[in-house]
Design a protein around this ligand. Structure first.
Ligand code: FMN
Length: 333
């Protein structure tokens, strides 16, 4: 597997599998002598973990981390920060009946065809347990961005056809869960107080890096910046954001990015996430002997993975913004 790292200057490398010993992440390019608050990292990890309420998978993962390098007397040393999160609540026997099957919508088929040997338990390396690494990397990035007063907030804004109302979205997730099924969702993310000038045209555009970062998250099927796909039906006069002499823009259809560079307006993006592939209704598939079979799944899966994704989306936006600010050289000089 060739690619387990993300980032240009602030680069993270993740390792581990869902039902292996641990998940870990190495953060490279972290400036030294920074007073990193570890409680904020744990708070972000707690927002990602399953089992928080009845809308989520009942897997009980504490996701406490060990910080094993790069930190001395409360500050970063500039050497790689290495975090480990032990896997404690694996129930591999839930997978014994299905390890020879390719779950529709999951990565079993492609991993097996490509690698021949892979750990299928709990989704192995394709499991979203890997997003722990992203959340840690993003949480560290957020703390550096806070020194610029930059804040990033993502929220679930749509579940199936239900938009806006949190109660109605949650009701929809429960309805689908009772059917043993799953449902997709949309997350909107906003970063505030972004300075002008973040992003490197032509090939490291801010919007290009964001799209890459979000699309690399499990189950993400679409990314939109600003008004996104709605631009198709707009005229230029409706879509252009008028600039005033004090640097104020009268609208923000562009999502705070022009020419791949931040305008100083809020960064706006949305991410569409597919329904959880693992569902509790009888499904058709094939097994590793190429026979068509029917199967029923056991185990604990989220009925709507989008519910747990906001903190992951925030993390990837933080990683990208921090990374491009470091790449520019003038922001953290
Ligand atoms: C936070 C999060 C949790 C997820 N949990 C599950 C899960 O419990 N069961 C499952 O089948 N898929 C889950 N997924 C989705 C799979 O990891 C993903 O669909 C699979 O790896 C195939 O990759 P792809 O959908 O990107 O093609 C989750 C995704 C995210 C973002």
């Amino acid at each position: 597997m060739a690619s387990n790292s993300f980032g240009l200057i602030y680069r993270f490398t993740s390792f581990g599998e869902s039902h292996g010993d641990c998940l870990g992440v190495i953060l490279d390019g972290v400036p030294s002598n920074f007073p990193l608050d570890l409680t904020k990292i744990q708070a972000d990890l707690d927002r990602r973990k399953p089992g928080q309420n009845k809308l989520m998978s009942q897997r009980k993962e504490d996701d406490d981390f060990e910080l094993v390098s790069g930190y001395f007397e409360g500050k970063t040393t500039g050497t790689p920060l290495t975090f480990l999160v032990r896997n404690k609540d694996q129930k591999s026997r839930s997978y014994t009946d299905i390890v020879n099957l390719y779950r529709p919508g999951h990565a079993d088929y492609t991993y097996h065809k490509k690698y021949k040997n892979y750990n299928p338990y709990g989704g192995g390396r394709s499991s979203a347990r890997e997003t722990l690494a992203r959340v840690i990397a993003g949480s560290v990035a957020k703390q550096f961005l806070e020194t610029f007063n930059i804040s990033i907030e993502a929220q679930l804004t749509q579940v199936g056809d239900i938009k806006g109302s949190v109660d109605l979205m949650h009701e929809e997730i429960l309805r689908v869960k009772k059917l043993g099924n799953s449902i997709g969702g949309k997350i909107e993310v906003r970063a505030k107080n972004i300075p002008v000038g973040v992003g490197e045209p032509i090939y490291e555009k801010l919007d290009a890096r964001l799209a890459y970062a979000f699309m690399s998250i499990n189950a993400v099927k679409a990314v939109e910046i600003g008004d996104g796909v709605e631009v198709v039906t707009k005229m230029g006069s409706e879509n252009n954001d008028v600039i005033r002499k004090d640097g104020r823009f009268e609208s923000n259809h562009s999502g705070g990015i022009l020419g791949g560079i931040s305008t100083g307006q809020d960064l706006l993006a949305s991410v569409s996430i597919k329904p959880t592939p693992s569902i509790f209704v009888t499904q058709d598939t094939i097994n590793k002997n190429n026979e068509e079979v029917q199967f029923d799944l056991k185990g604990r899966h989220d009925p709507c993975v989008a519910l747990r994704a906001p903190v992951i989306i925030e993390a990837m936006m933080a990683q990208v913004v921090f990374d491009l600010m470091l790449l520019d050289g003038s922001f953290f000089s």
